[in-house]
Each structure stands twice: as structure tokens, then as C-alpha cells.
Design a protein around this ligand. Sequence first.
Ligand code: HEM
Length: 404
Amino acid sequence: MTNNPGIDLTDVELFVDGKHTEALEWLRAHAPIYRNEGGDGNTFWALTRYDDVLWAYREHALFGSARGAILGGSFRSEDDTAGNRMLVASDLPRHRLLKQQIHPALAASVVARVTEQVRVLIDAAVERMVAQGGADVATEIATELPAGALMVVMGIDHAEAHHLIGLTRRMVGFRDETFVDTGGDQKLRLAWLQAEIFEFFAELLAQRRTRTGDDLLSVLSRARLNGRPLSEEDIFYNCMNVAVGGNETSSYTACLGLEALIAHPEQYERLRQSPDLLPSAVEEMLRWGSVNAYVQRVVKQDVERDGVLLRAGESVTLWNVSANRDETQFPDAHLFDVGRSPNRHLSYGAGIHRCIGAPVAQTELLLLFERLIPISGRFALAGEVRRLRSNFILGTTSLPVEIR
Ligand code: HEM
């Protein structure tokens, strides 16, 4: 069967129930360049094979980012104000200029300070968990990863970092009643959430005007693009990009990583016996979790691939979560293997937009699991695991565990 099987990748239930794995496997085998007729009125192409996804990431001249990475979400149409203003939603040459300006705020020296800050927070949180015999890892432990990163990158205190995490969590979880009231108009809700985030950054920016430093807001307020400063709105968009890019992804990967260890006790044991496997275990958690399920591109000029014509102006989605389970790239792709090597997963994307925060995420995840793995006793689930209602970010909103 190669005709349309009725799979709709905008159907959030598919992801909440975990049935997307099966659906994407079917698409890889039968319709790797799939025309998704979305129930929400969106029609787009879905690339699900590793080679096709990597091809589209690399062909940034054919596949533009100005429509934003999210389908039908906040940064949807090209006339949306975010197009070509925010790093992730910009094309060359502006993307290169913006990236040069943002990069110092995520440079190696910053990552070293993030490491120190995250270590302090994780030590305290894990100590509390051990004393209590367990915790909800999603809300009590994992959120300390982005909190530590934000404290350094944005130059804010712990309470402000958690306030900002609360705001971005609502934005990413805009369809989830854990975070927002899902009644009313979705577009209005998103606009409101974005305004709240901008307000937060506006206050910080006002403070930075008198007390400048090497944090992202200070760096962006000094930035010059073709000799001109960034507008305040452009500064807010790019701060939001870093916050949304970093707050949900690494903490949700941490949850999926721990859950995978609990579900695969032999891999958990292997890692306990051979802690030198930790770096490859973290890579496997990134592949396994594929928290950023897909990214969107827009076709810039007609292009044919395997007999399928993709027309200029159409939306194309690159499914990381599917490419990362492609057997042609990953032998026994359905197995969680902490020693997997090579492991060229696409969880951070690829090409010019490859995640600029990857070194921050790596240090966060390594620190956490370095601290969790040697704990005496074993982690076990202690209640219902709850998933974020999203097809874009595969999140875990509750992960109750106990130490047995
Ligand atoms: C496990 C953690 C993470 C995952 C899975 C992840 C995933 C991704 C992916 C797939 C992209 C590519 C988007 C595209 O091609 O359209 C991306 C870009 C980006 N990420 Fe991450 N990310 C993570 C952590 C972070 C962190 C910690 C930060 C910031 C501190 C961050 C900030 C960004 C930014 C600013 C971009 C845009 C880069 C560009 O367009 O050039 N991410 N991320």
C-alpha cells in the first residue's frame, strides 16, 4: 500500500500515545516523501528517511527557514514578524550575521561557567531526591538544567530563571492543559504568551542599559548588523529563541533518558559497571528521545526528489524522530544501546542551523547522569508518566520515580 494511509502528523494524540513510532516506520517504508493533509488545514510534505532529512538540512538554499521551525504554531507564515528576524527563522545572509553576534553568549568560556552553575543546582536537587527516596524528575530535577544555563547565559538569578522557564513551558505547551487554559483561540493564546516573554526581556534589557555584561541581552544590545544595532524587538525574538531552544529540550531529554534506563535495566546496569560509556549513553538518549521531533522548511524553488515534485512555497517537515530510527543508518535502531557507535543522530539538526546550544545541552546532560548513575539503589517508576501534548516537542510533564 503506497497511497495515502490517512496518517496525520499534526494529530497530537498520535504522539501522546507513542503511536507515532509505528506511523513513522510505515512512512519510511512506504511513503518516505509524504504529502500530509492535516486535519488542521495544513498541507505539508514529511521527510522521514535519514538520507532525505539530512539532504534537506544541508540544502539550505533550496529549503528556507523564514517560515519558522514550527508547523501552524506561532511563527507560521512568511508575513509573520518572526520571519528572518530570529536566528532559527532566518536565511542567509542574515542568518550568518545574526549567528556571529549570538555566538559569544554561548562560547566555550560560557559553557564552562554553565557547567559550574548546573553542578551546584543538580547536586542540591539530587541530594534532596536521595533524602526523600524519590522525586518527580520532570519538575524537581530536570528543570534545574535549563535554570543553571539561563542564570549564566541571561545573567539572571535562580528565581528569575524558573520564572522564564515557566513562561517558555507555557509557550511550547500551548496545547497542554498542564500549562495553559486550552479554551479560546489558539492564535490569541500564543500571541499573549509571546507578549509575556517579551515583557520579561524588556525589563531585563532596561536593567542592562545601565549595567552591561557578557550575558545574551548585553551582547545583543551591543550587536551591529551591517553597521546597524538590532531593534529591541529583534533582541527579544532572539532571546526568546535561545530560551525556547534550551529550556524544554535538554530537560525533556533528561527525562526520556532516565525513563529509557529504567525501561532497559540491562543497559542501566551496563552503564553502572562502565561509567566511561556515559558520553555514548548521552548520545543514545538524544537519539532515543529525539525531543525536537521535526523542523519545518519552505521550498524556495521547485525541486524533484525520488520522482516527487516539491513546489516553491510548499512546507516541508524534516522528521528527526524518524530519521533517528532509520535502520539504514542505525543497525537495530529500535534498541536502546548505551554503547552505540557510530551514532550520527540528527537530534540537534544539521547544516547551518545545527543547534548552537548543543555544547550547553551536552554539559547539562553529562553532569546530571554522572550524578544519577552511581546512586546506590535503582531508579524505578513510582506513578504515571505524563507526556506533553505536542507533535513538535516530545516532552514529559511528570516522571515520578523512587529509589529502590
Ligand atoms: C537536548 C537539547 C537540545 C536539542 C535536542 C536541540 C535541538 C535543536 C534543533 C533540532 C535545532 C535546529 C533547528 C532548525 O534546523 O530549524 C536547534 C537549533 C537551535 N537551538 Fe537547540 N536543542 C537543544 C538545546 C539547546 C540549548 C541548550 C540552547 C540554548 C542555550 C539551544 C538553542 C538553539 C538555537 C538558538 C537554535 C537556532 C540555531 C540556528 O538557527 O542557527 N538549543 N536546536
